[in-house]
Design a protein around this ligand. Structure first.
Ligand code: ES4
Ligand code: ZN
Length: 324
């Protein structure tokens, strides 16, 4: 089954590129850029990856990404990810990045954009992996700052597949960003948002109503509201679910208790994704294998999950029909 899951052509729709930073590269970039890390060794970094909730992870995630200084750093980060994704049988990736922490550290917007795009072109040539770029706003910072970043990155908007909304969910409901997402709609940019990971089901309907999203990242708490489940089903709203992430961040106690089987039974359009593979126990293949071990799904179920992702991907239709 593992061999079969590896060969299954997979599209990853929910991936934070800063969350692919492995400790080895973190140390290498820290040394290159003169950044002091609060760890003595790579083992110490890995030992720190014990999370009690989303915030305890985010603290390490923002600290780790501060080693990224140059276009070349972003290129190497993304290329290292593409190498592993290719080995996992991934054929398409939608990588999101958080511009705000990088801009706040003094980087120019061109640094992440140009570095990531060079890696995306290289992955296409080297591995025939297609990809799309998503710019995500940090929801525990102000809507005004997000609006400024949206305007400040105008020169790159034509290269974005979508904008997203991530980081600390509780206390930062989607409505806070209604004006920013309305501006993105006017500019013709598709919109996504994390919702219903730690936040309640109302954040999922809020993201649809106030932000006009075409996809919900996570969405696992939708089962708390049967009317919402009906709506998600009738609209076939994609949910980019991240099984191992939910275990590592204690959204569920163990994968066997994850609502995934219930989401599928309800006829929802679910995809499987890795979220932050360097922090949450591995990439796409590990997520697929963990679901096989926890739920005993057959090949038809995995084929459907992979198909859902290809159908919903930002990908040209000629490539999509070739992969489907
Ligand atoms: C994230 Cl798992 C998760 N949730 C919300 N925001 C994030 N940013 C990176 N990983
Ligand atoms: Zn995420």
């Amino acid at each position: 089954m593992k061999t079969w899951l590896k060969a299954l052509p997979k599209a990853e729709l929910h991936l934070h590129i800063e969350g692919t930073l492995e400790p080895e590269l973190m140390f290498e970039l820290a040394a290159r850029n003169g950044v002091t890390l609060p760890y003595a060794s790579i083992d110490e970094v890995r030992a720190a990856y014990e999370f009690s909730n989303l915030q305890s992870f985010l603290d390490l995630y923002y600290q780790g990404m501060a080693v990224l200084h140059t276009e070349q750093d972003f290129f190497e980060l993304a290329m290292a990810y593409f190498d592993r994704a290719h080995a996992d049988g991934v054929v398409h990736v939608e990588l999101s990045f958080d511009p705000q922490p990088h801009l706040l550290r003094g980087l120019e917007p061109s640094v992440p954009f140009e570095g990531l795009e060079r890696a995306m072109r290289e992955a296409e040539q080297r591995y025939d992996i297609s990809s799309a770029l998503i710019m995500s706003f940090v929801r525990d910072r102000s809507a005004e700052e997000a609006m400024t970043v949206l305007e400040q990155t105008r020169a790159w908007h034509h290269r974005l597949a979508a904008i997203g909304l991530d980081s600390a969910e509780l206390g930062n409901p989607p409505e806070k960003f209604a004006a920013v997402f309305e501006r993105a709609r006017e500019l013709g940019i598709p919109r996504l948002a994390h919702a219903g990971e730690e936040g309640p089901a109302t954040y999922i309907s809020g993201a649809m109503d106030a932000l006009g999203v075409c996809r919900i990242d996570h969405g696992v708490r939708c089962l708390e509201d049967p009317a919402l489940v009906e709506r998600l089903k009738s609209e076939q709203m994609p949910l980019t679910v991240c099984p191992l992430s939910n275990v590592y961040l204690k959204v569920v106690e163990r994968l066997e208790n994850h609502p995934l089987p219930g989401l599928l039974e309800q006829g929802l359009k679910v995809t499987l994704n890795s979220d932050d593979p360097a922090y949450f126990g591995g990439g796409m293949l590990n997520n697929f294998i963990a679901c096989h071990d926890a739920f005993g799904w057959d090949q038809a179920t995995f084929r459907q999950l992979a198909r859902n992702a290809l159908e919903e991907a930002f990908m040209n239709d000629e490539r999509r029909s070739r992969l489907l």
